[in-house]
Design a protein around this ligand. Sequence first.
Ligand code: PLP
Length: 282
Amino acid sequence: RTVYLNGSFVPEGDATVSIFDRGLLFADAVYEVCSVLDGRIIDQQAHLARLERSLAEMAIAHDVAATDWASVLATLIERNGLSEGTIYMQVSRGAADRDFLFPAPGTPATVFAFTQPRALVANPMAERGMRIITRPDRRWGRRDIKTVQLLYASMMKMEAKAAGVDDVWLAEGDVITEGTSQNVCIITPQGHLVTRDLGHHILPGVTRLSLIKIARASGITIEERPFTIAEAQGAAEAFVTSASLFVMPVVEIDGLKVGDGLPGIETMALRAAYIDHAREPR
Ligand code: PLP
C-alpha cells in the first residue's frame, strides 16, 4: 500500500514517525475518515472543512488550504486502485521533546493519510440491523473536536464485543449523546426524525448533516434535540450515521427490540437515498 506522509507518497513500511510525536505522547492530533465509492470521495469538502475546524480548535498550525488535500487524496485513490473503502487522514502537533506545553511555533505538524479497502454498500449488517447496548459517556468534554483520543470508544467497542452485540451508544444519565463512532437517530411513532442537537457533547457528523438534508428534502420533519434511552427503545425505528456505515439500522437497544426488531422501512429508504447522494457525480 502506498501511503502519504509529510509531503511524500511512500510504501507503508517506509512511513515512520518520531517516538516524540505529540500524537503518540499526548493524543495531540486530529483526524478525519472519509469514504470512497466508485473511486470518488463522499462529501470531501465537508470532511476537509471539519479537519480545518478541529485544527483551529486545537490551535495546531497546519494550513489545510496550503496542503493540496484534494490531490493527496486523489493520488492515494489512484496509486492504491481504491474503488470502495475509506481514507484516514491525521495531523498531529508534530515532534518535540516531551513537555505538556505546546512546542515553539514553527514545529512542523506530522501529516499522514492512508487508504483501507472495504465493502461499504454491501454491508451484511444493513440487512440484519445492529444490536446495541448503552453505557455512560465518560469521554472528555470537547467531543465536537475529532481528536485521536479514542481509548474510551475502543474500550466500549470491546465491551460490545464481549456482550455479543454490535456497538455501544453512550449516554449522560438517561440522555443519549452518540454512538462510539457514529451519530444516532430515531424515527418517532409520528414519523419525525430525531437526532441529538450539536454542541460540545457530540461530533458534528458529516453523514448526519447530509442525511438531515436528504430527509428534509423528502418531506420528513427533523427534530434536533436530546432524547432518552427509553424514547429510543420505544421509537418506531432507530439508526446510526457515519462516513463508513452510511445509514445503518439499529434493531435492539439494551435487549429491547426497536419496533418489530427488523431494520426500519424509513431507515432503509434513507440508506438508499444516502447511497444515491454518495454516487452523484461531483
Ligand atoms: N461520532 C463519533 C464519536 C465519531 O467518531 C464519528 C465518526 O467516526 C461520528 C460521530 C460520525 O461522523 P461522520 O459522519 O462524519 O463519519
